[in-house]
Write a protein that binds this ligand. Structure first.
Ligand code: DAH
Length: 321
């Protein structure tokens, strides 16, 4: 017993200690053999002898555990003083984040348009009827209001259904000439594979003397080529928006030969210039509006818009730089 304890205390490494444990307490170990031998003792001696062996077993186990703890501590100390642990390394499992595809698309659109001389403006998400509808040539009973599926607040205010009200706010605040873009969240009561109740738009407006439809077409064609980073064919399809006249939708020729609509645009309606405090006899302007999610889906080949709002890291991780 004393020899065993001494051996345990002088074990110099975890392997050595483990070998000792097996020799003493293992299935074929010395103490185990003594326990087995109890059976051959006379019945009267068995209880006392059993107690003694068990006490030895307990003491040796405790001594081994204590020695193991001490050895581990020594190893850790040695590791630390040898510089084996670099506390300046980043922790495990820290994944780098990535820019959200919507932010990334927004940034691209803004950068391209900034290069064409447009500067950024913003407006409130909670709007009034005047800026969201009336001033944009949609008076109270105008049927186009129905298409907007508006969220109304109890106060009579509403969640803006598009970024176009920023056109009015900018004209009223700054007058002309004006060359601005405005981006942000817009809201509609709509939800399916290509619609979510909140989405993002970018709005552009240029007003000056002599601004023409030709200016609008060349700007948007150039924009499309920069955005998709290739030569693209575009076409302008006559359309209708209450705030522009004429109005058009711009389509881009896709690889499969089909045409895909990417934005709405037109020449600012004289009534809208007047709402913005400008004289339509002197000034003309063009405007355009596009859905950011739609642009992101086209650019990155995402088929379900809800992916953009699901925050699934397996999806988002694909946009890491
Ligand atoms: N506001 C329109 C919408 O939400 C988009 C739009 C179309 C904006 C034509 C414009 C424009 O400025 O000229 O559907």
């Amino acid at each position: 017993m004393r020899k065993a304890l001494a051996a345990i205390q002088s074990a110099a490494a975890p392997d050595e200690l483990e070998a000792l444990r097996v020799r003493l307490l293992g299935r074929k170990g010395e103490v185990t053999a003594q326990l087995k031998a109890l059976g051959s003792l006379p019945a009267a001696e068995r209880p006392a002898a059993g107690k003694a062996v068990n006490r030895i077993k307990k003491e040796l186990s405790a001594a081994i555990a204590e020695r193991r703890r001490a050895l581990n501590e020594c190893l850790l100390d040695a590791d630390l003083s040898a510089g084996g642990i670099d506390a300046s390394l980043p922790g495990r499992g820290v994944l780098p984040g990535s820019e959200h595809p919507i932010s990334r698309t927004l940034r691209r659109v803004r950068t391209i348009l900034a290069g064409a001389g447009f500067s950024a403006r913003s407006g409130p998400e909670i709007e009034d009827e005047f800026h969201n509808f009336t001033a944009l040539n949609m008076p109270g009973n105008h049927p186009a209001r129905d298409m907007h599926d508006t969220f109304y607040l109890p106060s009579g205010m509403l969640l803006r259904t598009h970024t176009s009200p920023v056109q009015i706010r900018s004209m009223l605040a700054e007058g002309a000439p004006l060359k601005i873009i405005s981006s942000g969240r817009v809201f509609r009561r709509d939800s399916d594979q290509t619609h979510t109740p909140v989405f993002h738009q970018v709005e552009g407006l240029a007003v000056d003397e002599g601004v023409s439809l030709a200016n609008l077409k060349s700007l948007l064609h150039e924009f499309a080529e920069r955005f998709f980073e290739r030569k693209v064919q575009v076409r302008f399809r006559a359309s209708y928006f209450p705030f522009t006249e004429p109005s058009a939708e711009m389509d881009v020729r896709w690889e499969d030969g089909g045409w895909l609509e990417i934005l709405g645009c037109g020449m600012v309606h004289p009534q809208v210039l007047r709402s913005g405090g400008l004289d339509p006899e002197r000034y003309t302007g063009y405007a355009f509006g596009m859905g950011v999610e739609r642009m992101a889906m086209l650019r990155y080949g995402v088929r379900d818009i809800r992916r953009l709002f699901g925050n699934d890291v397996r999806f988002l991780g694909q946009f890491a730089p």
